[in-house]
Design a protein around this ligand. Structure first.
Ligand code: OSB
Ligand code: MG
Length: 374
């Protein structure tokens, strides 16, 4: 496949309901979409960098600049035999995984369309149906949270994950468990705790949680290993796993028993598959994380979730939980059993609503051949 041009677009989309984690609240998304034009076929992807550098150092402006000035110029005009080969070309840029993933994933999308096969087959997926959970942010009140959980359970979701931080944790988990003794429940701290919180974290063992996600620093595996030895509850790492090598370290040190794979966080589908394979060999189940994506990123998460070691429900949920109108057709829908049946159409099986995308676009830049400066 020859990469002819790359288009970056920024869209503004208000969330139906704010999403709050231990690091802050998001009311509206600035979404970066990338289109790669290859031999006349368009591949689409979403860059999951957020509005600010809080989940990771990347945010929409660093991703845009890195894509425009370094990543896109590296690939434009080159010929690749497969999308997965892009990763090696992009490796000269250090970090900026979310920016890299946007470009690589658009190429996978284009390759699937060119070959007229479903993207999930191209990725090596084996599960035609995936299981879904929801991630529920910190709310204005405990009652508001309980109401949200009730709604999502009624919709059929198979696992409830709630965001926690000091002061929105023990009491909240207690109230949830009092009302629902045996739902599959987990929590996500997004690095809200420190080793000095150990006694508080021990109390999480009272709530029969499937896991506690990312209790400590994003850049630390050793401290998580120490914590895992102290807790009955399984630790799941999200922010700390940026590559297959990180996954190997975490498994070797027994820092977690579960890993969340976000394709953007690890730099694209080829590294996501590598993380998946390392975990499969280490008997560590994985699940697919989410980053408040539109249907474009969401469709890629659906495809990734079909790989065999995705053994736990992911944060891959319906478009209508986030958006008044999603930018793909059909929208991502979840069955009353909390599952998504994956399409057998070529590509993702979800078509981009180009007119709507154009209407929502506030910034656009088309990158054609140029040379990369050292
Ligand atoms: O840690 O999983 C996370 C959203 C933004 C940043 C980080 C996280 C999340 C979520 C949302 O939990 C998952 C979703 O897209 O529904
Ligand atoms: Mg997380």
């Amino acid at each position: 496949m020859r990469i002819e041009s790359i288009t970056l677009r920024e869209l503004h989309l208000p969330l139906k309901h704010f999403f709050e984690t231990s690091f802050g609240r998001t009311e509206s998304r600035r979404v970066l979409l990338l289109t790669a034009c290859c031999d006349g076929v368009e591949g689409w992807a979403e860059c999951v960098a957020s509005e600010g550098p809080f989940f990771s150092y990347e945010w929409i402006e660093t991703a845009w600049a890195t894509l425009r000035d370094f990543l896109a110029p590296t690939l434009i005009g080159t010929e690749l035999s497969r999308a997965g080969d892009a990763a090696a070309q992009l490796a000269r840029v250090r970090g900026h995984n979310m920016a890299k993933a946007a470009i690589e994933n658009a190429l996978w999308d284009a390759e699937a369309k060119q070959k007229q096969i479903p993207l999930w087959h191209l990725l090596g997926g084996t599960q035609p149906e995936i299981t879904c959970g929801v991630s529920i942010g910190i709310q204005n009140s405990h009652d508001q949270l309980l109401e949200k959980i009730e709604t999502e359970l009624a919709a059929g979701y198979q696992r409830i994950k709630v965001k926690v931080k000091s002061g929105w944790d023990i009491e909240v988990l207690g109230k949830i468990r009092q009302r629902w003794t045996d739902i599959v429940l987990s929590c996500d701290a997004n690095s809200a705790y420190r080793p000095s919180d150990l006694e508080r974290l021990r109390r999480f063992d009272d709530f029969n949680l499937l896991m506690i996600e990312q209790p400590y620093w994003d850049d630390d595996i050793v401290q998580h290993a120490k914590l895992q030895r102290e807790l009955r509850t399984s630790i799941c790492l999200d922010e700390s796993i940026r590559s297959a090598r990180d996954a190997e370290s975490a498994i070797e040190l027994e820092a977690c028993r579960i890993i969340n794979i976000k394709v953007g966080r690890v730099g694209g589908f080829s590294e996501a598959i590598a993380v998946h394979n390392v975990c499969q060999r280490g008997n560590i189940p994985v699940w697919c994380g989410g980053m408040l994506e539109t249907g474009i990123g969401r469709a890629h998460n659906v495809a990734l979730s079909t790989l065999p070691n995705f053994r736990l429900p992911g944060d891959v949920s319906a478009s209508q939980r986030y958006w008044t109108e999603d930018i793909v057709d059909p929208e991502i829908e979840v069955s009353p059993q909390g599952t998504i049946s994956v399409s057998d159409k070529s590509g993702t099986g979800y078509d981009v609503k180009k007119d709507l995308v154009e209407k929502l676009t506030v910034r656009k830049e088309i990158i054609r051949g140029q040379t990369v400066s050292a």
